[in-house]
Design a protein around this ligand. Structure first.
Ligand SMILES: NC(=O)c1ccc[n+]([C@@H]2O[C@H](COP(=O)([O-])OP(=O)(O)OC[C@H]3O[C@@H](n4cnc5c(N)ncnc54)[C@H](O)[C@@H]3O)[C@@H](O)[C@H]2O)c1
Length: 373
């Protein structure tokens, strides 16, 4: 199964729920055989009902290779199309998927393949977590955000009009298959936005990755195969290590929310249309670094180094003009709130962060400062 140029990172979890994350460039021809293996499917592959959940655009770009590989392994996948965009990551999408799964007679033994970005991954995972009280699914992520973050770790869910990802479940996939060559068709803006999540791993726990990005920003932006693969592999290993240590986010996993407290508020208040997720996270990381500096836990160098890297990658660093009270209100609805204090992940230095509750009174001033330029 493992071919040259294909690496595997294992994510170890209790109760036999661990899985492999395979990573390589141009490895999709092996996808079907790999699905057969992780799905525990017999030699023919024909007996199992497999559904691919995707957007029409992703199907047009990468469907024939994925389906070809699955068919060669004996599968006859059923296709389920969903509309694009964060604004469609809703219970309505889940409902329409349930209808179609019932119509196509999907069973407990059937499984789904999420082929797309984080939106497809989160929706498919949540449908898989809940349909028939839980069926299996596989992640075939096709954006940077999904390859380095969303597809790994079993967080699934949808948005509510009152806030992002408010409805969801933990449901681990059977495995994750990452072919970095699919990123070649990603619009530049999507590609760049995804790099914000890679910067995030650098700041929260991987100074080597941060330095690598500083030194290779141009190469990464040009889509250099080796540089991009290195970013993906390190990010996946970082994420897997955090999830292994704290699957249900009772402690360490919270650090993955670096930049997300403000980021989610910006996405919510701009109707999920104006900013890509990674762009909002980039702005959120800038505010978090400035708060860290203001409370005296990070030197100004940290703020500057992070700003330098984000700008070198072409990521936004300034907050849009939004009402500070509305921002605080939305941040207060987020899951990162405990006993009335909004919790922020704040950097101490590159590679070390801490989670801190920040009093509303202080926050008001910082948000006003940061978001009314
Ligand atoms: N579950 C988690 O742990 C987790 C972590 C991070 C982010 N997320 C979620 O992920 C979502 C963001 O994901 P995203 O940034 O991938 O956005 P997305 O899923 O909306 O994908 C972005 C766009 O890229 C298109 N696309 C996908 N692959 C393509 C390809 N190879 N070539 C061309 N176009 C392609 C899609 O059709 C879509 O229009 C958010 O909803 C966020 O909450 C979840």
């Amino acid at each position: 199964m493992k071919q040259a140029g294909m690496d595997q990172i294992s994510l170890r979890l209790d109760r036999n729920r661990g899985y492999g994350i395979v990573i390589g460039h141009g490895i999709t021809p092996c996808f079907g055989e790999w699905v057969k293996k992780v799905g525990g499917v017999g030699e023919s592959g024909a007996g199992e009902k497999v559904g691919i959940v995707t957007h029409p655009r992703v199907m047009r770009l990468h469907g024939s290779e994925v389906i070809g590989s699955l068919k060669k392994a004996g599968f006859s996948p059923v296709l389920f199309f969903l509309p694009e965009g964060e604004q469609n990551k809703t219970l309505r999408a889940i409902d329409s998927l349930y209808d179609r799964l019932i119509k196509r007679r999907f069973e407990r033994s059937s499984f789904l393949i999420a082929m797309g970005g984080g939106v497809i991954g989160d929706i498919t995972g949540f449908a898989a977590a809940t349909f028939l009280r839980g069926i299996r699914y596989i992640q075939y992520p096709t954006t940077v955000v999904a390859q380095v973050d969303a597809a790994i770790g079993g967080k699934t869910g949808v948005d509510h009009p009152k806030g992002k990802n408010l409805i969801g479940a933990f449901h681990q996939p059977l495995g994750v298959f990452i072919d970095s060559s699919v990123l070649r068709t990603l619009p530049k803006r999507e590609f760049v936005a995804g790099l914000a999540e890679v910067v995030k791993y650098g700041v929260i726990l991987d100074p080597k990755l941060f330095e690598f990005m500083e030194k290779n920003a141009k190469k990464i932006l040009s889509g250099d195969e080796a540089a991009v693969l290195n970013c993906i592999k390190r990010s996946v290993a970082d994420k897997a290590a955090v999830v292994e240590a704290d699957e249900q986010e009772s402690g360490l996993r919270k650090i993955l929310n670096y930049g997300h407290t403000l980021g989610h508020a910006i996405e919510t208040l701009t109707g999920y249309r104006q900013y890509k997720h990674g762009e909002a996270v980039s702005i959120g990381m800038m505010m978090a670094a400035q708060i860290a500096n203001a409370v005296g836990i990070a030197k100004v160098d940290i703020v500057k180094r992070q700003q330098g890297l984000l700008q070198a990658l072409g990521l936004p660093i300034r907050c849009p003009k939004l009402d500070p009270s509305a921002i605080i209100n939305v941040m207060g609805l987020d899951k990162k709130v405990a006993r009335g204090n909004i919790h922020f992940v704040l950097p101490e230095r590159i590679g070390v962060v801490r989670v801190m509750g920040v009093q509303n009174r202080l926050l008001q001033g910082w948000v006003e400062n940061f978001c009314s330029n």
